[in-house]
Design a protein around this ligand. Structure first.
Ligand code: FEO
Length: 170
């Protein structure tokens, strides 16, 4: 028998990951409006990664014969005014997601659900990387973003990001 609380948290996480994709598309739109196509590209790819995360949770639930229930995805709630706002909101959001992953991990641990713990290990590592990437972007923007040439170079750099499928497959 699969633990009910773990199953519910896994199902909720699907919605959270799709919301993350929606939030990052919102950031991508913001930067596209500013003419910063590199930043827009970076968050477009970030959104693709979040969709991948959602799909991994869907697949994991399907593989374990768990019922998947889709709920409405919230409207992105970040109020964006300047070029730093998405970066700071992104870090806060990733810290929030880390907390969600940790809560599922804790519930799976309490339930001695070793299969789910192993599945979640990838996400624990991924969240570490996501937080590092988000805080690195803030540091770079603080260093270079206030100067027009620096911002241009940073936009060029972020424009070079290419999509890579997740290393976890189910
Ligand atoms: Fe799916 Fe950025 O955490």
């Amino acid at each position: 028998m699969f633990d009910q609380k773990v199953a519910e948290l896994l199902n909720t996480q699907i919605n959270k990951e799709f919301y993350s994709a929606y939030l990052y598309l919102h950031f991508s739109n913001f930067y596209a409006e500013q003419g910063l196509s590199g930043f827009a590209n970076w968050y477009m790819i970030q959104a693709q990664e979040e969709r991948d995360h959602a799909m991994l949770f869907v697949r994991y639930m399907q593989n374990n014969d768990l019922k998947v229930t889709f709920e409405a995805i919230d409207r992105p709630d970040a109020d964006l005014k300047d070029n730093m706002d998405p970066l700071k909101a992104g870090l806060v959001h990733e810290q929030y997601v880390t907390g969600l992953i940790n809560a599922i991990y804790e519930a799976a641990s309490d339930a001695k659900d070793f299969r789910t713990l192993q599945f979640l290990d990838w996400f624990v590592k991924e969240q570490g990387e996501e937080e590092t990437n988000a805080s690195d972007l803030i540091k770079k923007m603080e260093l270079f973003g206030t100067d027009a040439k620096g911002l241009y170079m940073l936009d060029q750099e972020l424009g070079g990001r290419v999509y890579a499928a997740p290393s976890l497959t189910l």
